[in-house]
Ligand binder design. Structure first.
Ligand code: ADP
Ligand code: NI
Length: 215
């Protein structure tokens, strides 16, 4: 591992030392590992992908009064404090900015192969066994019900609305998690998403069967 990556890991661990479990250092480490796996089969600038994966969640706007600029600014300052080539800094910061919530609503338009890989790596961590754990962790954090048969999942609901609603955690699967497999950018990411998607489908089938006392 290069010194630069080691220094970045130290910085991210320190910055996220009090983060909640869905966005802690271990989430970042998993996204980084997913990205490294994708890099084995997709051609891209390894340094940009690794730095962006490591720095992508250093300041989630959800936990900073909606401030979308904190993450990119912190990353920019950190990378400038090290001997990172300017074009790498610009690219990494653009990726982090584009991965923010506002960006996902379509107000920012940046794209690159490196961006696609980091986004796939992050999405993969919202799927499968880990994705299920994170969703219920987040629901607990927000004191949401696991499931309520009277509140039907609505895949067309505006993301901005359901983020602030008391929508049960099961609904989040229909509103976001089950849609991720068709949003993967890279062929490798798409392949990695298949197992994770099937595991969530199986989980939901068991969940509803158990809800009715059928198993
Ligand atoms: P990231 O920052 O990693 O891209 P998010 O901030 O959108 O992802 O969400 C972090 C985790 O919390 C994900 O696993 C996501 O599924 C989960 N999560 C986000 N919103 C909800 C919700 N309304 N209900 C349940 N889980 C949620
Ligand atoms: Ni993330």
């Amino acid at each position: 591992m290069t010194l630069l990556i080691e220094q970045t890991i130290t910085f991210v661990k320190q910055t996220l030392k009090d983060a909640e479990a869905g966005h802690d250092w271990f989430h970042v480490a998993r996204v980084w590992k997913n990205a490294q796996h994708i890099l084995k089969t997709e051609k891209a600038d390894t340094l940009v992908v690794e730095l962006a994966a490591l720095l992508h969640d250093i300041a989630d706007s959800k936990f900073h009064n909606g401030d979308e600029e904190i993450g990119p600014t912190l990353a920019d300052q950190f990378l400038h404090s090290l001997a990172v080539p300017e074009h790498v800094v610009i690219h990494v910061v653009a990726i982090i900015r584009n991965m923010s919530y506002k960006a996902s609503l379509g107000t920012v338009n940046f794209s690159s192969k490196e961006m696609e890989i980091v986004q796939d790596a992050d999405r993969l961590d919202a799927m499968g066994a880990i994705g299920i754990a994170r969703a219920f962790h987040y629901g607990g954090f927000k004191n949401r019900p696991l499931y309520d048969p009277q509140i039907r999942p609505n895949p067309n609901q505006d993301k901005a609305t359901y983020k602030n609603s008391t929508s049960p955690t099961i609904n989040h699967f229909y509103e976001k998690l089950l849609l991720l497999k068709d949003k993967m950018n890279t062929d490798t990411g798409r392949k990695m998403a298949i197992n994770r998607h099937e595991f969530m489908e199986q989980f939901l089938a068991n969940f509803f069967a158990e809800w009715e006392g059928e198993q």
